[in-house]
Each structure stands twice: as structure tokens, then as C-alpha cells.
Unconditional design. Structure first.
Length: 204
């Protein structure tokens, strides 16, 4: 398993091209699995079930993408983790894989004393805040020849006003939050360490 960390924001088309090339190589047995941790410049991405009405204001470039899900914002201060894993050798079960991704995020947040939770009928990881609940992490998955693409996005310290140009993941009744918004000051490097430790726990 190779961990790759990019220090500067990576454009979405460039990330997509690299990810697809690596996934194809893994499927052919020509490369090993990889987790790529990065940040994107401010963008919106639309998954395969995105509704045009959920794009309120296209204030950043919008990319249509092959992952599942709806509209998502990516930008500086958000840690994106792209997972290129071979489910043939692990466990060819898509639902189990999605649950493992969720658990990866939940365990990562727990290292900062944040209780991340799943919600029935809603994708992503949520934090209860009194009477309301906010989304702190998103996930989107595509699987090609049993190799995974895309992955997770954890809000560390992004500009949360940037989410207001979309209906995040089609959910209007709830807000978004981040570690910084919850009063937890951590560096991206701290988050990377937590992601690595939690990944080993969940995925082995």
C-alpha cells in the first residue's frame, strides 16, 4: 500500500487522470494499491445522481464526474483522500466497502474527540450539534473492474461559505461543519496521521 501526499492543490482534471491511470494499472496487476491525500482548488463536482436544481450558484468551476452521489464542494482546507484499492483481493462487496470508508472517517474523527455518525438515507458523516446536525465529511465511490476510485473528503478548515453555492449531496435541511468550526485546531499533517492510523485499523 502506497501513501501519496500532495503539498499543493491539485487540479481536478489532473487528479482524475492520475487516479484513473493508477486504477487501470492496479486492475492489470501492474501497480499496487494507493491512497492519495490532497487538496483541490475551490470547485464543485457533480456525481451521477446530481440534479441541476441543486447548483444554486456556479461561483467555482463545475466538473461532472463518474462517482456516485450528487453535488459536492472541494477546496483548500478540505482533506480529500482518494482510495485506489483492489476489492478482488480484499472483498468484492461494494456495500461493505462503503461502510468501511464511513468507518475510516468515524475513527479518524474520534482521534480528535469528535463523534461522527452515519445517518439512514443520507450519505456522509454527520455531527450532532444540539438540535441540529451538520455534515463534516463526504464520500463518493466508483468501482471499475473491482478497483475503487474517488473516496472521501473531510472538512478540516475550509471556507464553509463556499458550500452555499450548492445543495450539498441534495440535503437542504442540514448544514456543513469542519474541525475548525467545531473549535478543533489541527494541521493537515495531524489529520493525515489520523487518517493513516484509522485506515490500518479498518482496512488492515
Amino acid at each position: 500500500m502506497e501513501w501519496k501526499i500532495s503539498d499543493r492543490p491539485v487540479s481536478y482534471p489532473e487528479a482524475l487522470a492520475q487516479m484513473e491511470a493508477r486504477a487501470a494499472a492496479i486492475a492489470e496487476g501492474a501497480a499496487g494499491e494507493q491512497i492519495w491525500l490532497l487538496e483541490h482548488p475551490a470547485i464543485y463536482t457533480a456525481g451521477t445522481s446530481a440534479k441541476d436544481a441543486d447548483l444554486i450558484e456556479a461561483r467555482f468551476p463545475v466538473y461532472r464526474t463518474g462517482r456516485g452521489g450528487q453535488f459536492t464542494y472541494h477546496g483548500p482546507g478540505q482533506r480529500v483522500g482518494y482510495a485506489m484499492l483492489d476489492l478482488k483481493t480484499r472483498k468484492p462487496d461494494v456495500r461493505a466497502y462503503v461502510r468501511d470508508l464511513e468507518q475510516w472517517l468515524i475513527d479518524t474523527l474520534a482521534q480528535f474527540n469528535v463523534k461522527g455518525e452515519r445517518r439512514e438515507g443520507r450519505v456522509g458523516i454527520w455531527v450532532q450539534r444540539g438540535l441540529r446536525e451538520d455534515k463534516i465529511a463526504a464520500l463518493g465511490v466508483r468501482i471499475k473492474r473491482w478497483v475503487t476510485l474517488h473516496g472521501v473528503a473531510l472538512n478540516v478548515e475550509p471556507d464553509l461559505t463556499h458550500f452555499s453555492g450548492i445543495v450539498p449531496c441534495g440535503v437542504t435541511a442540514h448544514g456543513v461543519t469542519s474541525l475548525a468550526d467545531l473549535g478543533i485546531a489541527v494541521s493537515m499533517a495531524d489529520v493525515d496521521v489520523a487518517l493513516k492510523q484509522s485506515f490500518k485499523k479498518v482496512f488492515g
